[in-house]
Design a protein around this ligand. Structure first.
Ligand code: LLP
Length: 466
C-alpha cells in the first residue's frame, strides 16, 4: 500500500529544489540520488560515508554553508547602502572547520562564552588569518560573562555586547587595571513579540537578556563617565526560528530611536546590530522567507528608520546562526530493531537520539528523514523513530512515512546543522558522534568520534577509593 503520492524519497528531496536560499530547502544543495539509488551529499554516497566513518554521523556540506554565507553578504551589498558586517552566531555550531570556512567567506563571529571565543581564535590562527583580517569582527555576548571571559575578550580586542550593569562595572575595573580601552554595544530588550517557542523568544519585555528600555538613560550616562569604555553601538535580538518579517521590520525603528538618543548624549555610536532569528524549513510545511528577503526587510527598515530621524546610516551588523548552518548538515543513523504495538504504533530504533539532537525533546521540534539506501523505494509504512536513550521522550520523529526499513538501513535526518552538535550531550554516557565535511566527492573528518576513554577523561577517583 502506498501512503503518499510521493513514492520515493527522491521526490522528497526535489520538493524544495526550486528554492535557491539554503534555509528554504529541506536538504543540502548538493543532495541527490546516485546511480546506486543511494543518497549522495557533497558528491559522497552517504552509505559509504557511514561505512568509513561510522554511525551516527554528522555530515556537513561545504557548498551549502558557503552559499548561505555568500547570500547573506551579497544581499547586504545589494540592499544596504551603508557598511555592513554579518557575524555568525557560533552557538548554532562552534567548531574549527565551521569557523575557518565562514571566516574565508568574510563572516565575523558572535561568541557567547570563553569556550566559543577560544575555539574561534584558535581556528582563525590555525587557518592563517592575521589579526587585521579579523579586526573588529568578533563580538562577545552573554548575560553573565565571567571576569575571565571579559578579560579574554579585552585582551583579544573583541567588541563586547554588554547585557547588564554588573558587566559594565566589571569592564570599568578591567579596562582601568589593564589601561586598555574596549568597544561595547548595549543590548536592549526591545519589547517586540514574535511567534516562536517561548524558550527561544528573547525580545519580549520579560526576558533575562539585555537592558529594558526604562534603564537605558542611566546606562548611557554611566558609560559616558567611563574613560576607557567606548559605546559604539546598540544591539537587540528578538528570537529564533522566526518566519514573520514584521518583527524584524519593527525592530529597525526601536533600535534607531535608541541609536539617536545615544548620539544626542554624545556617545560615539556607529553600529546597529539587529541580531539573528531567520527560520529554516525543517519539514515540508515550514515556509520561511529567504535569506535575501530577510536581509532586504532588515536593511530597508533600518534605512527608513534612520532617514526618518535624520541619522546617517550606521554600520549594520546581523547575527544569523540557524539559517547560516542548519541546512548544510544531515545526521546519518543506523537502524536497529523495531517494536510493533498492534493498532498503536511501530517504533524503529536508531543508534543516536537526544544526545546528538536534543531539539525534539526540548522544543518538540519536528524533523524530516529519508532512508539513504532506499531512495527510490516506495513509502509503505508509518513509523516512529526512537533514539537509544533511557528516556521515553527520546523520540526523534513521530509518525513519519518511510519505505519498509530493516536493521542496518541508514536513516538520514535533515537540517541538523544548527543547535544539534552544539547542544549535544553525553547522556547515558553515549559518545558524541563524529562530524565530517564533504565537498566535491571528498570527505574529511572535522570532529573525531568520542571514545570510551574520552568519556572517563575528566573523571577522578579519590585515593581512598582507588
Ligand atoms: N544573536 C543572539 C543574541 C542570540 O541569542 C541568538 C540565538 C542568535 C543571534 C542567533 O539566532 P538564530 O539566527 O540562530 O535564530 N537552541 C535553540 C535556539 C536558541 C537560540 C539562542 N539565541 C534551538 O535549538 O532552537
Amino acid at each position: 500500500m502506498l501512503l503518499t503520492d510521493k513514492t520515493t524519497a527522491e521526490k522528497f528531496i526535489t520538493a524544495s529544489e526550486s528554492y535557491t536560499s539554503p534555509n528554504q530547502r529541506l536538504f543540502p544543495l548538493t543532495a541527490k540520488v546516485n546511480e546506486q539509488n543511494n543518497l549522495e551529499i557533497g558528491g559522497c554516497d552517504v552509505t559509504k560515508l557511514v561505512e568509513q566513518f561510522g554511525s551516527s554521523l554528522y555530515i556537513l556540506d561545504e557548498k551549502t554553508l558557503r552559499t548561505s554565507a555568500s547570500q547573506y553578504r551579497s544581499a547586504f551589498e545589494e540592499y544596504y547602502s551603508g557598511e555592513s558586517q554579518v557575524i555568525y552566531a557560533s552557538k548554532a555550531w562552534s567548531c574549527m572547520a565551521v569557523v575557518s570556512i565562514l571566516a574565508s567567506e568574510g563572516i565575523g563571529f558572535d561568541v557567547v562564552s570563553g569556550g566559543e571565543l577560544y575555539t574561534t581564535l584558535k581556528a582563525l590562527e590555525m587557518s592563517g588569518f592575521s589579526s587585521e583580517d579579523i579586526e573588529g569582527k568578533i563580538y562577545l555576548h552573554g548575560n553573565n560573562k565571567s571576569i575571565e571571559e571579559l578579560e579574554l575578550a579585552v585582551d583579544n580586542d573583541c567588541k563586547i555586547i554588554v547585557d547588564n550593569q554588573l558587566e559594565l562595572e566589571n569592564l570599568a575595573k578591567i579596562t582601568t587595571e589593564k589601561q586598555k580601552s574596549v568597544s561595547i554595544l548595549i543590548r536592549l530588550t526591545p519589547g517586540i513579540e514574535c511567534h516562536t517557542h517561548e524558550y527561544i523568544r528573547t525580545g519580549s519585555v520579560d526576558s533575562k537578556f539585555g537592558f529594558n528600555l526604562h534603564e537605558l538613560d542611566d546606562v548611557f550616562n554611566f558609560i559616558k563617565a567611563q574613560n576607557l569604555i567606548d559605546c559604539i553601538g546598540i544591539h537587540a535580538h528578538i528570537g529564533s526560528q522566526i518566519f514573520e518579517l514584521e518583527p524584524h521590520h519593527d525592530l529597525g525603528g526601536v533600535l534607531a530611536d535608541w541609536f539617536k538618543k545615544a548620539l544626542d548624549l554624545g556617545l560615539p555610536v556607529t553600529e546597529l546590530n539587529v541580531g539573528g532569528g531567520l527560520g529554516i524549513r525543517y519539514t515540508e510545511s515550514d515556509d520561511p522567507p529567504s535569506i535575501t528577503e530577510w536581509v532586504k526587510t532588515v536593511s530597508t527598515a533600518v534605512t527608513k528608520a534612520c532617514e526618518d530621524r535624520g541619522l546617517a546610516l550606521p554600520k549594520l551588523i546581523s547575527e544569523p546562526g540557524r539559517s547560516m548552518v542548519a541546512t548544510s548538515c544531515i545526521t546519518a543513523y543506523t537502524v536497529g530493531g523495531r517494536k510493533i504495538i498492534p493498532d498503536v504504533r511501530t517504533y524503529v530504533s536508531v543508534d543516536g537520539g537526544m544526545s546528538d539532537n536534543p531539539r525534539p525533546i526540548t522544543y518538540q521540534s519536528l524533523y524530516q528523514a529519508v532512508v539513504a539506501n532506499k531512495m527510490t523505494a516506495e513509502f509503505t509504512e508509518t513509523v516512529t523513530i526512537a533514539g537509544k536513550h533511557c528516556e521515553s521522550g527520546d523520540i526523534l520523529i513521530k509518525n513519519i512515512d518511510l519505505p519498509q526499513t530493516e536493521t542496518g538501513d541508514i536513516l538520514v535526518v535533515s537540517a541538523t546543522g544548527a543547535y544539534n552538535y552544539s547542544m549535544a550531550s553525553n547522556y547515558n554516557r553515549i559518545a558524541r558522534p563524529a562530524a565530517i565535511l564533504v565537498n566535491d566527492g571528498e570527505a574529511s573528518l572535522i570532529i573525531r568520534r568520542e571514545s570510551y576513554q574520552d568519556l572517563v577523561r575528566q573523571d577522578l577517583l579519590p585515593s581512598r577509593l582507588g
